[in-house]
Every structure is written in C-alpha cells, then in structure tokens.
Design a protein around this ligand. Structure first.
Ligand code: PLP
Length: 524
C-alpha cells in the first residue's frame, strides 16, 4: 500500500492535541537556522577540515567515569529454571563489557542514548513484528521504545487527546488508563464486550460458548457510532480514539477475533478514529480448554514449534490489517520478560510516532539504556545458545511462558469445574483465551434479590478474605457499573503470581469454600 509520510501528516495532524503540538524540544546544540545561509569565506574554503573533531560541545561524561567495567547476565533455560546450569554453562552467560556486544557495548549503554531507543533493539522489535506477521500493509510505519506500556499510554493520550476528545474504552478495562485519558482532559465512553460464561447448565452443551465471537461487541459499537448524534453520548464529541486490550483482555481474559478486528478497522475508517491496541498478553495464548482432557497442553507436544504457534495459535495484531496508518500497537516486556525493566514499544504510522518522539524528547527522553541492553544481550545470548535467529529464539521463550500459563489455567479450570460450588451454580467461569486472568462470575439469583449485586460482591469478598483468598472485584474495573450490570459480579483472579499450579488449586478450593459458606451457612 502506498501511503506517504505527507499523506499521513495531512490526515493525522488533526488528531494531534494542541498540547503535543506545543511540545517540541528546544535545543541549543543544533546549527542556528537564522544563519544557515552563511557560507564559508574563501580562506576557509581553501582549508581541509580536521577529521578528528574534539567535541568540547558535548556535555557527556567520558565512559572512563562510569563505575562499572562489565555486567554478567546469567540466562535461564526455561521459566522456573532453578538449576545451577545457567551459572556454569558459558552458553547461558551474556557478558556486557566496554567492547561487547559490539553493537551495544557498555560505553554506549551507560551513555546518553537516542530518545527513540537504541538502534539494535529498535531493529529487533521491528524484525520481531515482521517475523510474527504483524507488520502493517503500508510501508511508512515506525517504532519507538518507551518506559513500559503505562508510559506508552500516557504519551499516546497526551499526544492525541485533549478537552475535545472522546475515547472509546472497553466496558471493563485496565482502569489506570483512565488517569491518562482524564489527565489529557479527554472523556471516556464505554463500549460493550461479549463475555461468554460457562455455567453448570451450559457446561456440557457448549452452545452459548462461542470463543470466536468474544471481545468487543461489534454490533453495539457500530450502532453506537452510527447513531452518535441521537445516542446517550450525543453531548460529547464523536470519538477519535478506541482503546482496546485486544488479547487476554484485562480483566475479562477475552480476545477479539481477526474477523471482528477487520470489522472494527472498517468502522474506524468509516468513522475516522484511531485504534490503540494495548496488547501485553497477546503472545500468551491459551489454547481452548479441553473439558474431556483437562490436563491437555498442546505446547508440551514434542512436535510443537514456533511455526505451529504462528499458524494455529497466535492471533495477529490489528496492525496486520492496517493499510492506512490508523492502528497504534503497544507491546511491553513486562509480562514476557520482567516488569522492573520498564520497557515497552509502540508501533504505528511514522507521522504519529514522530509526534510521540517529540513529546518524549521533552519528557522522559529515551527509556533506560541499561534495560534496553539487558533485554538485547539476553536475546542475543539465547539466539547464540539455541543457534537460532534472535526473533525465533525469543519466540521460543515466549512459547515456554505461554506453556506455563496454560498449565496454570488448566489447573484452575479443572478444579473450578469439579467444585461443589460450580455444580450448585454459585459461580460461573470465563475461560480466558490468553493472558493471566481467569474470571469467575458469582450468581446471586438464588438469594432472591436480598441485596444488590455490588453489595453482594462486597459481602462475599469478606468470605474470600477470611478464607485467605485475594481477588479483584471486577466492577471496580468497569467504566459504568450500570451499563455493565450483566457482569457486575465478576471477580478477576490472576494466575501469574503463584509459585506453583498447586497454589492455584488451593486458591480455587478456597473460592469453593467461600461460596458454600456464603450461600449456605451465612446467618442473616
Ligand atoms: C492492559 C495493560 N496495559 C498496560 C499495562 C502496564 O504495563 P507496563 O508494565 O508495561 O507499564 C498493564 C499491566 O498490568 C495492562 O494490564
């Protein structure tokens, strides 16, 4: 697709907030444009320019001032690898010194770096996007490194939103995003999700359980946009941004299918909005749970490999369907590497990435080069150890993480479905299709309206706490509790932090006990 930078600027400059337009770096080190016409006089023209410039203009410390000579990284073989092998096997050691790795050595890493990111890492993330088939259908796209997706989001909303902006947000969402939206002065409007629920009645039938049609409710969104001028939000500007947590949604665990992504892209074109695809869990795909073989984990199959993962398991990004630059994709190293790195990246059209770069130039500058080097050196060591290209070695690691999450998910669902409380209908289950959240929906129907759902959730939460179970009451992650009342009794449980699957089994047993006690033994 031929979209030029000028086309992008022409179309997308109207999306850029006035505040971001003002945020351009004021420099003192670039040539003065007022004197750019000055030519060398005849004497200078006749003189050779000295090759070895002594740069007294640069306010950088010499690398001799840095108090670190080298950094040794011990790389593990697989998640939860507690063996000593990583320390004794030189293949698992990444050594960062003043000369190594040549493309990102310590003198550069500890020095001021490019705001956009260190180029070896930027090249890697671009290659990775291409290697998994997520690159857009036009050429003028780019990437920028940021300090975690939270930071990516903050910068995106500062750049694209202001007092006149309405942002569409999934009805349940990663709620801290609202701080970035409101911080930019903008407003958020919820859009409905399809959240398939497994309960004791449909457990064996599979009928209502359509995993292909979960995630954003396209008909609702389409209808809301078509009828904006007469709908409940008519007093607000028509949305210019859609924020979506696409795969393994936080908090519901649902994923939007490719078919629906295409429909949403078509809607974005029709109503001219930008899609902000926040996808921290995208690679952590959980294959469909097999009720007749609950321990099935296809990642464990001997012949499972990255080709099969890409072909049968991974859901591609909105970016892969984007032919005119209206998708911004956010990825983070938080869930597949480590959150303490504070490292993420944004991919999208060159014009908008340039605006975010300008914003970054006057705010955080580049993400920590040390974090960037840590990631890069780890990937390079994995690649050398496994004798595979970097992208493939990294994908192999991601697959191992997804395998571990699948085992955890299996343990949780199996225990839940076998529990007395599920069989009695006290709770239903939302089977996650990716990521780290398994949600349960508490069914208060048998209590005949004794109290409203929200009060019920706060009451039953006391039983959870008493039984030693911490959960998130998902209504606190809803934009409009009234709009989301069909699912206001959801709880979000994260399967990520437990040491082992057996701890998760114990947690589900506690959920079971809490429900039995609450529904059967509570003294009113
Ligand atoms: C949907 C979503 N977006 C962004 C983030 C923040 O990620 P990061 O650690 O990269 O800032 C999270 C973290 O939980 C998340 O769930």
């Amino acid at each position: 697709m031929t979209v030029t930078y000028e086309d992008l600027e022409r179309h997308y400059s109207k999306f850029v907030s006035a505040s971001a337009m003002r945020k351009k770096l004021v420099t003192f080190w670039l040539p003065d444009p007022n004197y750019s016409h000055l030519e060398e006089d005849d004497y200078l023209k006749s003189k050779e320019t000295k090759k070895d410039l002594i740069p007294l203009s640069l306010g950088l410390p010499n690398s001799g001032f840095f108090p670190i000579k080298s950094i040794d990284l011990n790389i593990v073989d697989h998640p939860f690898d507690n063996s000593n092998d990583d320390i004794t096997n030189p293949k698992n050691i990444a050594n960062i010194t003043k000369t190594n790795p040549v493309e990102m050595d310590l003198s550069h890493v500890l020095q001021y770096g490019d705001t956009k990111g260190l180029s070896p890492l930027l090249e890697f993330v671009q290659d990775f996007i291409k290697s998994v088939g997520n690159q857009p259908l036009y050429d003028e796209w780019d990437t920028i490194i940021a300090n975690g997706s939270n930071d990516s989001l903050f910068k995106i909303f500062e750049t694209l939103a202001d007092e006149n902006t309405t942002v569409l947000v999934e009805e349940f969402s990663f709620i801290p995003v609202l701080s970035a939206i409101y911080g930019a002065g903008a407003k958020a409007v919820p859009t409905k999700l399809k959240i398939p629920v497994v309960n004791k009645d449909n457990f064996n039938s599979n009928i209502p359980y359509n995993k292909h049609n979960e995630g954003i409710d396209v008909e609702y969104l389409s209808d809301m946009l078509d009828n904006w001028a007469t709908g409940p939000y008519k007093h607000m500007a028509k949305p210019t941004l859609l924020y979506t947590v696409t795969t393994g949604q936080n908090p519901t665990g649902v994923s939007t299918s490719m078919e629906n992504k295409q429909k949403i892209i078509d809607l974005a074109k029709k109503h001219d909005f930008i899609i902000i695809e926040d996808d921290p869990y995208g690679y952590l795909r959980l294959p469909l749970f097999n009720r007749s073989n609950p321990n099935e984990n296809i990642y464990q199959a001997d012949d499972f490999n990255s080709t099969r993962y890409l072909k049968d398991i991974m859901i591609k990004s909105y970016l892969s369907l984007d032919d005119d630059g209206r998708v911004l994709r956010l990825e983070t190293f938080s869930k597949v590497f480590a959150p303490g790195l504070r490292l993420s990246f944004i991919a999208g059209n060159k014009y908008i990435i340039k605006q975010i770069l300008d914003y970054t130039d006057v705010s955080t500058r580049g993400a920590s080069s040390v974090s960037q080097s840590l990631v890069y050196s780890t990937l390079k060591t994995m690649s050398q150890r496994d004798n595979k290209p970097m992208c493939e070695a990294w994908l192999d690691w991601i697959i191992q993480v997804a395998k571990e999450y699948t085992e955890r998910r299996n343990a949780v669902l199996k225990t839940a479905y076998e529990s007395e409380a599920f069989k009695k209908g006290y709770f239903s289950v939302i089977e996650p299709s990716a990521g780290m959240f398994v949600d349960f929906e508490i069914n208060f129907n048998s209590l005949n309206g004794e109290f409203c759902d929200i009060e019920g959730m706060n009451r039953i939460n006391k039983y959870f706490v008493k039984n030693g179970l911490g959960v998130v009451l998902a209504y606190k992650m809803a934009l409009d509790v009234e709009l989301s009342k069909d699912h206001s009794t959801l709880i979000r449980t994260a399967i990520s932090f437990a040491d082992e699957p057996k701890d998760l089994i114990e947690a589900v047993n506690r959920l079971n006990t809490s429900c039995i006690e609450f529904f059967e033994k509570r003294i009113k």
